[in-house]
Design a protein around this ligand. Structure first.
Ligand SMILES: Nc1nc2c(ncn2[C@@H]2O[C@H](COP(=O)(O)OP(=O)(O)O)[C@@H](O)[C@H]2O)c(=O)[nH]1
Ligand SMILES: Nc1ncnc2c1ncn2[C@@H]1O[C@H](COP(=O)(O)OP(=O)(O)O)[C@@H](O)[C@H]1O
Length: 321
């Protein structure tokens, strides 16, 4: 219990420090524009590079300004929209514009199974999966520009100065960030966008986008099981696993900050719940008179995984289990 309380305080300090850094960055004079990727191997390719969708389809992204989304991000420095750079239209001239896609944020502790769930959930769907930037070393199985855009701390910082991230956070010694522009382009095309990010970054998205973002926390059955998964995945040293577990305690105690909590004990059940949440959130954007029986079923299932269904005691059982 004491550990949990101490963890909560640490997390708040962490979040406060990031907020301060962001405010300081916002006050700092803007740097002259530069080709930020030029200083690293493959950087230029990655910035305009392919983005992976859930269906495994690669799609070229165009860098465009963010007129509408920008208005949803109070307090952020956003470049002026240029009328000439409209997002690519999916509709013919004269047709009604497509609905904006949903911004879905999947968060939760490292090793809880976010990547595993996301692959199954999004398989075959035309969804835009946001490829993050990170300063961490690539693992042997990872591909630059696909799993992450791997950059140096200097290149990452340049992107922060340019206000190029929707959110960014430090996680166990490395920086991670969601590039802003490809997301706005995908939403404007009417595609759902999925972010798979840690809790502090998810809170930043919530703070900026509010109710327009669908926030889903993935919960491990217990910390013991989380340790087993991290150890079984064999991507981290024992020391780094311990750091991730310490962070996981804090993250789990923040689960109520998110609209939904999906427990990843049984993969199939968890994937069904994620599909239900996505369907239910789409249904909510339409009048009830248009809902199908499948929509109603999804709405019922989604209701059962609302974070409000969990008590603080439930969370304590997970971190102490
Ligand atoms: N805030 C934020 N977190 C991210 C981003 N990309 C990945 N993460 C999270 O950073 C944490 C560490 O990621 P990683 O080193 O790849 O470890 P893994 O997720 O355990 O494989 C995970 O919780 C990721 O979900 C991002 O763009 N922003
Ligand atoms: N429901 C589950 N039951 C058992 N193992 C799981 C489950 N979900 C994921 N895993 C395993 O846990 C490990 C971590 O999963 P991963 O998707 O890499 O997590 P994250 O992306 O959250 O860091 C992987 O080895 C994965 O196969």
């Amino acid at each position: 219990m004491e550990n949990v309380e101490a963890g909560l305080v640490n997390f708040k300090v962490l979040a406060k420090e990031t907020r301060k850094k962001m405010q300081a960055a916002a006050r700092r004079p803007k740097r002259p524009p530069r080709n930020v990727g030029a200083s690293r191997k493959g950087g230029a390719r990655n910035q305009a590079g392919p983005q992976q969708t859930g269906a495994g389809v690669k799609r070229e992204q165009r860098a465009i300004p963010l007129p509408r989304f920008a208005r949803m991000l109070p307090g952020m420095m956003v470049p002026d929209p240029t009328p000439s750079a409209a997002p690519p239209a999916r509709t013919a001239p004269g047709e009604a514009p497509p609905h904006r896609g949903l911004l879905i944020v999947m968060t939760g502790a490292s090793g809880v199974g976010k990547g595993t769930l996301r692959e199954r959930w999004l398989a075959g769907q035309d969804v835009f999966y946001s490829t993050s930037w990170t300063t961490r070393e690539a693992r042997p199985s990872e591909q630059d520009g696909v799993d992450y855009v791997f950059v140096t701390p200097e290149v990452f910082q340049e992107k922060v100065w340019e206000n190029g991230f929707l959110e960014h956070a430090q996680f166990v010694g490395n920086h991670y960030g969601t590039p802003r522009e490809p997301i706005e382009a995908a939403l404007a095309r009417g595609q759902d966008v999925v972010l798979e990010i840690e809790v502090e970054g998810a809170m930043q998205v919530k703070g900026r986008v509010g109710e327009d973002a669908v926030l889903i926390f993935i919960m491990p059955p217990s910390l013991t099981e989380l340790r087993r998964r991290l150890t079984g995945r064999a991507t981290e040293t024992p020391e780094r696993i311990e750091k991730r577990l310490t962070r996981a305690r804090d993250e789990i105690m923040h689960a109520h900050a998110f609209r939904y909590v999906v427990v990843n004990d049984d993969l199939e059940r968890a994937v069904n719940e994620l599909r239900a949440v996505q369907r239910a959130e789409h249904a909510r954007l339409r009048p009830a008179s248009e809902w199908t029986e499948e929509d109603r079923e999804a709405l019922r299932l989604a209701e059962t995984v609302r974070s409000t269904a969990l008590t603080r005691e439930d969370l304590l059982r997970v971190v102490e289990g």
